[in-house]
Design a protein around this ligand. Structure first.
Ligand code: ATP
Ligand code: MG
Length: 423
């Protein structure tokens, strides 16, 4: 059997790639307008970066990483997410020497060894933003409103922005104690994973997807109940700024990120119509992360958005028009000599920036005209042996069928003029 692409990966072919390009262009223009600059980091990194930056206890690090030894016996990992790499690059390139905050974005493939299903791939793409060096609630609001603004430009509907605050290590210690107290009598009813989380990381029990665990944690103390005054004021300020920006949100105390370096704001954006994998974006503040990877203490906040899921939402909501690129003109040459002259014309038109194609297989006139129509060209430039001898070509309007003779040495000017007039 012929070799097939690896499970959980996709070939993005002409016909759909235009949708990707449109999405990426829209992302770039939003980032430009918000003053964020692009960063590109390696696709693979030292495994230790993700062990520390994503966390040993996370599903990503425990089960989902593509890790291998390189020929120098170094453990390397295909990046499963972008934040750790951006923070590493921030430290390694001393970006903290620049005026703060540093506002960065990335777009690129990520790799996770997961069970492939609708909306879940082994190679998928994320757009993400990271702001480093600012701890004000204004930054949280700016980042969330950037997401909101992008979805508005794309025309997406039916979105829910879920917001929570997980507090700081101080208020989390209080919460941990209260939560364990609440759960102790019901511990036996929790799923195996949650039993394990009970000591190590009880906060994560709150976002267990198991319906039974959700019932057990009904009415449990949330991080919002135990926020310290500083974290409480931060959260209130974020909410009031989001109201100013017109972002529709709801608070969701079950939205948690369990690691110590995640602090304060956590958020997620969901869209219903794309099936079980409804989260299209997740993010939050990580004031302890840069220090975790041995950089200078630096507050940070960011998010990552799954582009396959955004595209799926755009598709079900019918937000794509036909975007395949079309040639403006198709040059039809008949015979060897005409092909030479035709190639020279095509080159001159391309040098002027006119989208133009020509037949590359030496087909018949009829077949070439058919191709010109199929590709949606506005004009055909027909160059036969007889026309060539008289120094002319036929310029046919493929919509009306009208046809005029144009001297070959004026053809470039005539076509350029027609294109400028938008004919
Ligand atoms: P999930 O709960 O769906 O596994 P996650 O918490 O692992 O999501 P994050 O690590 O926060 O997701 O990644 C941010 C976004 O990236 C998700 O909201 C989702 O849109 C997308 N994403 C994550 N994993 C995949 C995947 N395997 N395939 C496609 N998109 C993904
Ligand atoms: Mg996941």
């Amino acid at each position: 059997m012929a070799i097939q692409r690896p499970k959980g990966t996709q070939d993005l072919l002409p016909g759909t790639i235009e949708q990707w390009q449109y999405l990426e262009e829209t992302i770039r223009s939003v980032c430009r307008d918000f003053g964020y600059e692009e960063i590109r980091t390696p696709i693979f990194e030292a495994t230790e970066l993700f062990q520390r930056g994503v966390g040993q206890t996370t599903d990503i690090v425990k089960k989902e990483m593509y890790t291998f030894l390189d020929k120098g016996d170094r453990s390397m990992t295909l990046r499963p997410e972008g934040t750790a790499s951006v923070c590493r690059a921030y430290v390694e390139n001393k970006l903290y020497g620049q005026p703060l905050p540093v506002k960065l974005y990335y777009i690129g493939p990520m790799f996770r060894y997961e069970r492939p299903q609708s909306g879940r791939f082994r190679q998928f793409h994320q757009f993400g933003v990271e702001v480093l060096g600012a701890d004000q609630p204004l930054v949280d609001a700016e980042v969330i409103s950037l997401v909101w603004n992008l979805y508005q430009r794309l025309g997406l509907a039916g979105l829910e922005v879920h917001l929570n605050s997980v507090g700081c290590p101080t208020c989390r210690a209080t919460h941990r104690e209260q939560l364990q107290k609440f759960l102790t009598p019901k511990k036996a009813e929790l799923c195996d994973d949650c039993q394990e989380r009970f000591e190590r990381n009880p906060l994560r029990i709150l976002d267990c997807k198991n319906p039974n665990c959700q019932a057990v944690t009904e009415g449990a103390p949330t991080t919002l109940d135990t926020l310290c005054p500083d974290c409480g004021a931060h959260f209130e300020k974020v909410l009031s700024l989001l109201r100013e920006a017109g972002v529709a949100y709801r608070t969701n105390p079950r939205l948690v990120r369990g690691l110590d370096y995640y602090t304060k704001t956590a958020f997620e954006v969901m869209v219903e119509e794309i099936g079980a994998q409804s989260a299209i974006c997740g993010g939050g503040r990580y004031d302890g992360l840069v220090q975790e990877i041995e950089g200078p203490a630096t507050p940070g906040i960011g998010f990552a958005m799954g582009l396959e899921r955004v595209l799926a939402a755009l598709q079900v909501q019918g937000k794509f028009s036909e975007r395949r690129s079309k040639p403006f003109a198709m040059l039809i040459a008949l015979g060897d000599k005409a092909q030479n002259e035709g190639f020279s014309l095509v080159s001159a038109l391309r040098a002027r920036g006119i989208p133009v194609s020509m037949d590359l297989l030496g087909r018949s006139l009829k077949a070439q005209l058919k191709m010109a129509n199929r590709e949606g060209a506005e004009f055909a430039l027909i160059l036969g042996e007889e026309e060539l001898e008289r120094g002319v070509l036929l310029l046919r309007d493929l919509t009306s069928g009208d046809q005029i003779e144009v001297p070959v040495n004026e053809a470039v000017e005539v076509v350029c003029m027609k294109q400028q007039r938008g004919v």
